[in-house]
Ligand binder design. Structure first.
Ligand SMILES: CC(=O)SCCNC(=O)CCNC(=O)[C@H](O)C(C)(C)COP(=O)(O)OP(=O)(O)OC[C@H]1O[C@@H](n2cnc3c(N)ncnc32)[C@H](O)[C@@H]1OP(=O)(O)O
Ligand SMILES: O=C([O-])CC(=O)C(=O)O
Length: 382
């Protein structure tokens, strides 16, 4: 019998809208004030005063590092950046046209098979594995990207900061400090955001007792979707499709006519503005000045104003991040992998938190299918 024939249907919150699934001490989203804190620090404050490495340390340890703690953290991260020759060879063998998100998902899965502590799900081993993932993910993203273009990978440089090294492994050079700072800020803004879909995926996988590589592989799969992390790529495709500021309003009107989604707008939790957008927009504007191309920010400005006026919908972080990465010189398919390189910090913090006080995540479904019925043997099914 279907559940519906025996009992009244309980309240079902489709998409788990508004459901508190657990407690967490990592970050807090306050939609009523459009604000976000990591371990009690406002994200804007962290962006102006800290490096991405300090924020990674904060997310994993609960406190900002002292100078000595930061030096040790940086040293360990830098020392773990290289990939094994076997992993590099596997990456070289990926299909040339594979999406970089599929490539990094597969690379993280392979890192798990190679990791000497893969089966150890203790807190200490999971922290060491999180560090190895943080360090190796940029190298793996860049290697797949370069192989796909017929270029040799650039070995990571342990003397460079996390953000400098990201540019180094992708392009073979580090841009001016202003560009590196804008990139570092984007990583801080992308690092953590409570129980979003990919983080919840990571926690669900960790709740089964599986290891962090399994959890992060699943999280990357969840992040790829255009309703989540994939939106930063979709935003840039949209801006390029519009092409010129004069065409933005008419283009949007066409979307309204078809009730289509406009990428980079809307959010499950923030309904009156994403806390991270003003900071990211400021740095995207700086990139437009550095590059001397205001077109994308001008189109963005018109879209944001019209979306607000016509639909009362605000942009989310992916909206300014897309053009910022484009202006920094990244190819569009690298945008969501950059999100991975940052969010590994938040994901790992949640995996550790889930493991520290675990209960298997297993909700219920309300059955609405056909009534129970006998199996008709194959010979009698016609
Ligand atoms: C880093 C991140 O992951 S941020 C999210 C990135 N994703 C995107 O930018 C994709 C575009 N946005 C969306 O698809 C949605 O806003 C989501 C998935 C982010 C949030 O979805 P929900 O919380 O389910 O929003 P919900 O569907 O309730 O939206 C309320 C109304 O606004 C509309 N709406 C929401 N976002 C958009 C949008 N981007 N374009 C047009 N209309 C929108 C919905 O259609 C809905 O209208 P209705 O009441 O007439 O049906
Ligand atoms: O919180 C969400 O649902 C999506 C988001 O903004 C993020 O993961 O950064």
């Amino acid at each position: 019998m279907s559940d519906a024939t025996t009992q009244p249907q309980p309240e079902i919150r489709k998409g788990l809208v508004g459901v508190y699934a657990d407690v967490s001490a990592i970050s807090k989203v306050m939609p009523e004030t459009n604000s976000l804190t990591y371990r009690g620090y406002a994200v804007q404050d962290l962006c102006e005063n800290c490096s991405f490495e300090e924020v990674a340390y904060l997310l994993w340890n609960g406190e900002l590092p002292t100078r000595a703690q930061l030096d040790a953290f940086r040293k360990e991260e830098a020392a773990n950046r290289a990939l094994s020759p076997r992993l590099l060879k596997a990456i070289e063998g990926y299909p040339r046209d594979a999406h970089p998100m599929d490539a990094i998902r597969t690379s993280v899965s392979l890192m798990g098979m190679e990791d000497p502590e893969v089966a150890d799900v203790s807190d200490a081993a999971t922290r060491r594995k999180a560090m190895r993932l943080l360090a190796k993910i940029p190298t793996a993203i860049a290697a797949a990207h370069r192989f796909s273009k017929g270029q040799a990978p650039v070995p990571p440089d342990p003397k460079l900061s996390f953000s400098e090294n990201f540019f180094h492994v992708v392009f073979g050079k580090v841009p001016q400090p202003e560009v590196v700072k804008a990139f570092d800020v984007s990583l801080i803004l992308y690092a953590e955001h409570t129980f979003n879909a990919s983080t919840f995926t990571a926690r669900t996988i960790a709740s089964t007792g599986a290891d962090i590589h399994a959890a992060i592989t699943g999280a990357i799969g969840a992040l790829k979707g255009p309703l989540h992390g994939g939106a930063n790529e979709a935003v840039m495709h949209m801006l390029k499709e519009i092409g010129e500021p004069e065409k933005a309003a008419a283009w949007l009107e066409g979307k309204f006519d078809h009730r289509a989604l406009v990428m980079g707008f809307g959010h499950r939790v923030y309904k009156s503005g994403d806390s991270r957008v003003p900071t990211m927009t400021k740095y995207a504007e700086r990139m437009a000045e550095v590059v001397g191309d205001r077109r994308w920010m001008e189109i963005s400005r018109i879209l944001a104003a019209e979306m607000l006026r016509r639909k009362n919908i605000h942009p989310n972080l992916d909206f300014p991040a897309g053009p910022a990465y484009y202006l920094m010189g990244f190819e569009i398919p690298l945008f969501t992998p950059i999100f991975v390189a940052s969010r590994i910090t938040g994901w790992a913090a949640h995996v550790l938190e889930q493991m520290a006080d675990n209960r298997l995540i297993r909700p219920l479904s309300w059955y609405t299918g056909v009534e129970q019925r006998p199996v008709v043997p194959l010979a009698q099914r016609g």
